[in-house]
Design a binder for this molecule. Structure first.
Ligand code: AGP
Length: 606
């Protein structure tokens, strides 16, 4: 996900663009750039790193112009660098483009243009748009843009400038957000409302493939037949702050709600088109006789879920280790060990150290990372990326869910290579994963039920999470989510362990969250539920096995029913309900959910 912005009007575009990029940084922040038309040509400044790097450059070498475009990047193709930053220019510097989205046929288009002698300057898919536009441009920018978008496959929100038509700024979208702000001192394009709200609350929301042509005093819309379209601006009533979160009160809730799309995007990247699939297909798992997964926090919990999946599908033993332990234990790994490192940030110090320890002993390293070009991504032997986009809330949600999908798919590939899975079985399992986004959406529709139940838990001093097998694995994550944002003590227990000591903690009104998706263990977990209820506990049962015994009058047992799915993939559904539960308990306490006390988004120190 990236952020684009553009302006054309009576004021200097540079400060307007920079300020807009600040409001869009949450959409991506590994590099940024801008281009302004300054009479003779384009002035372009692009910098790797946070927006501050771009600002410093502009402060030292000021530029000015009345029309310009800007971009803040979340790398998907080509690691963060000055060259890969946007705007991208055509080979004759006549066309400048900023792009949010992914051009799926960029490789074919690039090969065609390079065969025609055009030299590319970046590794990105986006540069293809600038080069193709310049390749087609014969003097009519509208005709050119129409021709270009008819060739593009994938998703885009584009800002386009042409040196020969400096009084026009063009924008068009497909499957990515784009708004057009209108005011009496200039016209704006942006990825979303926060970037322009300071200047105007009059905003157009163009439909896919409607072309916006912005001039100093006007905005016009055209279809791909170059026919004018009449559109009326809407008035934004949001406050700026709420607009930045897309109308949600916290980034965490926004990111929970984004999970169906993240699940879909991550699946597409690993099982269909996308850069992860060739990497996964290139892996030869059969050369390994040992598999270790090491990570921290939620990423570790994803590893515990994956252990269940790998062991069930591949028939091998998988060790899951806390990276902070693994790095100091003189790990028993060698060149026949595959060490999988899971990390949202790719910068967690303990996980980096664990990776280096594994490599020093000859183990092969495969990382599952969300931030392109991060240390773990770069230093591991192989890397697959979660397509979660920037995750702003400290408590991970969508990145965790994306990690699970990639780990499921790796386990399936490994099992196929070990001849534990037939092609039919592989297809069936992939189809079950592909169906997860819609099922996750169904759970999100229960948000009111979960919020209502969470409101009864605010006074809890301690909350137990119990489950068996893979339900115990995801109980670990449910417990961590609750602890880190609500500050309520919580533990996750294997259901069968209660009688070995912890059940002594159960007293009147203790809250126990029981997770039940394993049908073969339903009776066992329900026995645990009855044991704790008989000792005074209240139980929230989350799963696809509605408690047969639950009834409306029994206030001790509440049920959040989940859609059916393969139990191996049920953590992807349980976790959505668990995240919402933790979120609403913390929200009821009025806590700083996006930035919990004592925590950092990336623990880059020991
Ligand atoms: C997740 O909610 C936590 N904030 C934390 O446990 C996190 O998962 C852990 O620090 C690992 O971070 P990483 O995935 O960036 O390596």
């Amino acid at each position: 996900m990236c952020g684009i912005i553009g302006y054309i009007g009576s004021e200097n575009a540079v400060p307007i663009i920079v300020d807009g990029l600040k409001k869009l940084e949450y959409r991506g922040y590994d590099s940024a750039g801008l281009a302004v038309y300054s009479g003779g040509g384009f002035e372009v400044v692009k910098r790797k790193g946070r927006l501050q790097a771009l600002e410093s450059e502009i402060e030292q070498n000021p530029i000015k112009g009345f029309a310009g475009i800007g971009h803040t990047r979340w790398a998907t193709h080509g690691e963060p660098s000055n060259e890969n930053s946007h705007p991208h220019l055509g080979h004759q510097n006549k066309i400048a483009v900023v792009h949010n989205g992914i051009i799926e046929n960029y490789k074919q288009l690039r090969e065609k243009l390079e065969a025609g002698g055009i030299k590319f300057t970046s590794e990105t898919d986006s540069e293809v748009i600038a080069q193709l536009t310049e390749y087609y441009y014969k003097g009519d920018i509208m005709e050119t843009v129409i021709k270009v978008v008819n060739r593009l496959e994938g998703s885009y929100a584009l800002g386009i400038m042409c040196i020969d038509e400096p009084d026009a700024l063009i924008a068009i979208k497909k499957d990515n957000p784009l708004i057009i702000g209108v005011s009496d001192h200039g016209q704006f394009i942006a990825s979303d409302v926060p970037a322009v709200l300071k200047h105007t609350n009059q905003v157009h929301y163009p439909n896919d493939k409607e072309i916006a042509v912005l001039r100093k005093g006007s905005v016009q819309f055209f279809n791909l037949d170059n026919e004018p379209i009449q559109k009326t601006p809407e008035t934004i009533t949001w406050s700026f702050d709420s607009a930045e979160k897309g109308g949600y009160p916290h980034f965490m809730l926004k990111e929970i709600m984004e999970q169906p799309k993240v699940l879909q995007d991550t699946f597409q990247s690993a099982a269909n088109t996308g850069d992860n699939k060739p990497i996964i297909d290139s892996l030869d798992f059969t050369r390994f006789n040992k598999l270790v997964i090491t990570a921290c926090g939620s990423a570790y919990n994803a590893g515990v879920v994956a252990k269940n999946v790998f062991e069930r599908l591949c028939g091998i033993t998988v060790e899951v280790e806390l990276a902070s332990e693994f790095r100091y234990k003189d790990a028993v790994v060698d060149d026949k060990t595959l060490v999988i490192l899971v990390s949202q940030s790719g910068e967690t110090a303990d996980t980096i150290a664990a990776m280096r320890e594994a490599k020093s002993k000859g183990a092969a390293t495969l990382s599952v990372v969300n931030v392109i070009g991060s240390t773990i991504a770069k230093e591991s032997d192989f890397c697959v990326y979660t397509a979660a986009g920037p995750e702003i809330a400290v408590a991970t949600t969508k990145a965790f869910s994306a990690q699970l999908v990639l780990l499921y798919i790796l386990a399936i590939r490994f099992a196929v290579q070990l001849k534990k899975l037939s092609p039919e079985a592989e297809r069936e399992l992939l189809a079950q994963i592909k169906a997860l986004p819609e099922k996750a959406n169904d759970i999100l529709k229960q948000v009111d039920l979960i919020q209502q139940y969470a409101s009864t838990c605010v006074g809890c001093k301690s909350i137990f999470f119990i489950g068996r097998n893979i339900d115990y694995a995801i109980a670990l994550e449910g417990s961590l989510k609750l602890k880190e944002i609500s500050y309520i003590h919580s533990e996750a227990y294997a259901g069968g362990e209660l009688k070995h000591g912890t059940i002594s903690l159960i007293e009147e009104n203790t809250l126990v969250v029981a997770i039940s998706n394993c049908k073969r263990l339903y009776d066992k977990i329900m026995s645990n539920v009855e044991q704790v209820i008989s000792r005074g506990a209240k139980v929230l049962l989350i799963g696809n096995c509605p408690a047969a015994g639950a009834n409306e009058t029994d206030k001790k047992l509440s049920v959040i029913e989940l859609p059916e799915t393969n139990e191996l993939f049920s953590p992807s559904l349980s976790v959505v309900a668990l995240q919402l539960f933790a979120y609403f308990v913390a929200a009821n306490k009025g806590l700083d959910i996006d930035k919990p006390r004592n925590l950092a988004k990336s623990v880059t120190v020991e």
